[in-house]
Design a protein around this ligand. Structure first.
Ligand code: UDX
Length: 460
């Protein structure tokens, strides 16, 4: 089939490369001529494991091309995938749909052949119906085009495998023809047994925001438990593990730490709250406000614990930061908790040196005030405290004994609960983590005299 993929960011570039990989002829479209030129040469404009190879293969095979022209796209495609951004609106929680709208507005007048426009971006429920009306108004008389929604669930860092081997495909369609077209696009996946859920477009739009809301809720739940663990001296990692063995709960997304960031979860839960408010059901998702607040609190908590570790004041302290990206295996620093902490520590007067395996360039463009270095040892040289803020595999392989010699004080705050704390402690480090007691976690030797309590028959 002949597909166009409009928008070549983290979502679109991966989708375009993977669609070419499964045999389609693909034309990627972007307004950014520099990006289009790079992609056209088979070079990725951002870091995503496996993308470089898939992209280069697609371009090399002749099945994958890129352009800046939506007119060319209209003439080429049987199916047009919309993969442009839906950022948070300035000064509001709602999603800014101007880029999605612009695609339909600019594409529609050029449509001359039967086609399906398929949205993949995350949008508020009701967007497809609105775009259908727009398309109807702008497409030439008799143009045979309609809009469907097919949300994307890929995770950055695993985007290629998630696209080629998705856990499910959700097709929000308004006609049997649209359903048949999407089944044809994804035929290799369907043959491999991937679940295909065909539904109306509004339900499909809602699946995506509901999924992201649930994931965000899980993370904030475990981070709230980490706060309780800190207060009572319990261990949130063991708690997660024990909860996770219950198949009704599951271990995934129960890693406590600095919280979620990135270009999706934070803005998506806010846009969902805004949309639910417009629909008159704001109370139904009011809990998401708490999810968002718990998430933001982890950044403050981390800064507070770090401040205490250096004696209550950051002024003049040398702080090493490991990690800038919002998660490992990505160069994305959008709404990165790591960078927010680094910025706060710097604001309070610390000299901050940061190392990240892939995110330095992006980090520098949003936080130019701090110093960036190109390896762990350099970041930690003379440091009075090390902050581990993004759990790259490289950081788990650090030899703490070697690093102890570089630091001026062997003190580390593991804000991702990802390092082997006993190993670091045995190498002489003072280790703090979120939601985990500082050792020795021995049974309380000076137990207070037992207090007589009256047993109650109440449950609870
Ligand atoms: C997310 C959804 O997972 C994906 O389905 C959707 O398409 C886009 O949004 P992504 O933002 O790429 O994907 O990353 P994800 O792996 O979901 O992580 C999001 C954030 O949550 C990261 O900052 C990560 O560090 C954090 N996280 C994740 C936790 O703090 N704890 C966890 O247990 C899991």
């Amino acid at each position: 089939m002949r597909l166009t993929v409009i928008g070549t960011g983290y979502l679109g570039a991966v989708h375009a490369a993977c669609m070419a990989d499964i045999g389609h002829e693909v034309l990627g479209v972007d307004v950014d001529a520099h990006r289009v030129a790079m992609l056209g040469e088979g070079r990725t404009p951002f870091y995503e494991p496996g993308l470089q190879e898939t992209l280069a293969q697609g371009v090399g095979s002749g099945r994958l091309r890129f352009t800046t022209s939506l007119r060319e796209a209209a003439e080429f495609g049987d199916v047009h995938f919309i993969c442009v951004g839906t950022p948070q609106k300035e000064g509001s929680h709602a999603a800014d749909l101007r880029y999605v709208d612009a695609v339909v507005d600019e594409l529609a007048p050029h449509l001359r052949r039967p086609c399906l426009i398929v949205g993949k971006s995350t949008v508020p429920a009701g967007t497809t119906s609105r775009l259908d009306v727009r398309l109807e108004a702008l497409a030439p008389e008799g143009a045979d085009a309609e809009v469907a929604w097919n949300p994307e669930f890929l995770r950055e860092g695993h985007a290629v495998e998630d696209t080629l081997r998705p856990e499910r495909i959700v097709a929000g369609v308004s006609s049997p023809r649209a359903d048949a077209v999407l089944r044809e696009v994804y035929a290799p996946m369907l043959q491999a047994g991937v679940h295909y859920i065909s539904t109306d477009p509004t339900t499909a739009e809602l699946v995506k925001v509901a999924a992201n809301s649930f994931l965000a809720t899980k993370i904030s739940f475990i981070n709230a438990m980490a706060e309780v663990c800190d207060a009572v001296g319990a261990d949130v990692s063991t708690l997660s593990e024990a909860l996770g063995h219950d198949p009704r709960i599951g271990r995934a997304f129960l890693s406590a730490g600095l919280g979620f960031g990135g270009g999706c979860l934070p803005k998506d839960i806010r846009a969902f709250m805004a949309r639910a408010g417009e629909l008159g059901v704001g109370d139904s998702v009011a809990f998401l406000r708490e999810v968002d607040e718990i998430n933001g609190r982890q950044r403050h908590r981390t800064v507070g614990i770090a401040r205490n570790m250096v004696g209550g004041d950051f002024a003049g302290r040398r702080i090493a930061v490991l990690g800038a990206t919002f998660k490992p295996d990505s160069d994305d620093v959008r709404d990165s908790p790591a960078l927010a902490v680094a910025a706060a520590v710097h604001r309070e007067g610390a000299a901050v040196r940061l190392y990240d395996p892939q995110g330095i360039e992006n980090a520098r463009s949003v936080l130019p005030q701090i110093e960036y270095v190109h390896d762990v040892a350099k970041a930690c040289e003379g440091a009075e405290l090390v902050l581990h803020l993004t759990e790259w595999a490289e950081f788990r392989r650090i030899d703490p004994a070697v690093l102890a010699a570089a630091a001026s004080e062997p003190r580390i705050l593991d804000a991702r609960n990802a390092l082997d704390a006993p190993l670091w402690r045995s190498a002489g480090w003072t280790v703090r983590a979120l939601g985990r007691p500082a050792p020795p976690a021995l049974p309380n030797q000076q137990a207070t005299a037992p207090v007589a309590v009256a047993y109650s028959s109440e449950l609870g």
